[in-house]
Design a protein around this ligand. Structure first.
Ligand code: ATP
Length: 340
């Protein structure tokens, strides 16, 4: 099932939560809606689910207009941040529940629910109550319940945010596996860029109700169209230098200063120690296993870069940092990318 959103707007009184957005998701794709708190991700997902009716614009599943169709008639599965499991029911009963609501016979309900539990690998816990499960196991029940009716579309609203860091990584890999096994069109809401980068076929970046950029993860990382996307995607964060305040005078980067260009940004892995460049003094050296992350300071600005493990540097050492021209991203005063 493909999804198309056409000039969709949602307002809550005087707040425009979603502002005239357009996008298309192909059948079987996993697309993340990524952005900071309040940017309109959940509101967009709720409109896809039919929980909110948009102020204007249309939603199409395949070529069928579903904008005003109720959630029950959309054949979607949804997983929320808090799982919303029924505490008095067993795992099996929780997963059977959507089938019961749709009049599926008891024996068939049980068979289909067990199949869903097997897919999420918790069939052995079918008789437990939610309170007797770990967070990750509860999440699996919520996923089983969302997919048990073989929905055309799976909608996930920050499904991993209640899990600890390690479990989040395991569970996102599980979600990707299940999504690919079922070939189900999936929309995944998150504010965590690393999560979006690792799980998605494509990412839609939102800010203040607008879509700022969309694309495959590596494309957003390598070719951000704005300061917002460059800063939001990537950890450690991209390094920023201001050209207008003379910060880079007397360095090779001064050549970029012109009327249009206000700042430059360079990813940590693209800076290297050289005999010329931006002068800086090393303040922190962090061994990361495969390589080493170094923090240096230039005019009280922190600069982060990587060196190979066997590159010996010391705290308080004075260095110069340089980068190849093709790795220097240029931005104008309004934060828009220049020269791409
Ligand atoms: P978060 O990650 O914090 O959930 P989000 O990106 O999902 O954020 P939304 O929940 O879609 O953002 O909210 C977008 C904007 O709409 C915010 O300004 C929010 O305060 C507002 N908003 C959302 N739901 C409602 C509502 N039911 N009533 C009034 N305002 C709302």
């Amino acid at each position: 099932m493909s999804i198309r959103i056409d000039h969709l707007t949602m307002k809550f009184d005087d707040v425009t939560a979603v502002n005239n957005i357009n996008f298309k998701i192909e059948t079987g794709e996993l697309v993340s809606l990524l952005g900071p708190s309040g940017c309109g991700k959940s509101t967009t997902l709720f409109m896809l689910a039919g929980i909110h009716t948009p102020h204007s614009g249309e939603i199409y599943f395949n070529d069928k207009k579903v904008t005003k169709i109720t959630p029950e008639k959309r054949n979607i599965g949804m997983v929320f941040q808090n799982y919303a499991l029924y505490p008095h029911m067993t795992v099996l009963q929780n997963v059977m529940f959507p089938l019961k609501m749709h009049g599926v016979k008891r024996r068939e309900r049980q068979k289909q629910a067990m199949e869903a539990l097997e897919l999420v690998e918790i069939a052995h816990l079918s008789k437990r109550k939610p309170s007797q499960l770990s967070g990750g196991q509860q999440q699996r029940v919520a996923i089983a319940r969302a997919i048990v009716r073989k929905p055309d579309v799976l909608l996930l609203d920050e499904p991993l945010s209640n899990l600890d860091a390690k479990l989040r990584v395991t569970m996102r890999e599980e979600i990707r596996r299940i999504q690919q096994e079922l070939g189900i069109t999936t929309v995944f809401v998150t504010h965590d860029q690393e999560e979006a980068m690792s799980i998605s076929d494509r990412i839609i970046v939102m800010e203040n109700g607008n879509i700022i950029q969309h694309g495959i993860p590596n494309n957003l990382y390598d070719h951000p169209n704005s300061e917002f996307v460059a800063d939001f995607i990537g950890a450690p964060q991209i390094n920023t230098f201001n050209l207008k305040n003379s910060e880079l005078d007397d360095t090779p980067f001064a050549k970029y200063l012109n009327q249009e260009i206000e700042s430059i940004k360079i990813r940590p892995e693209h800076l290297y120690v050289d005999d010329k460049g931006i002068p800086a003094v090393i303040t922190i050296i962090e061994q990361k296993g495969k390589d080493t992350l170094v923090v240096a300071e230039h005019n009280e600005r922190k600069i982060r870069f990587y060196v190979e493990k066997d590159h010996i540097l010391e705290v308080e050492q004075n260095i110069y940092l340089n980068a190849r021209d093709e790795h220097v991203l240029l931005f104008d005063a309004r934060g828009k990318r220049v020269g791409e």
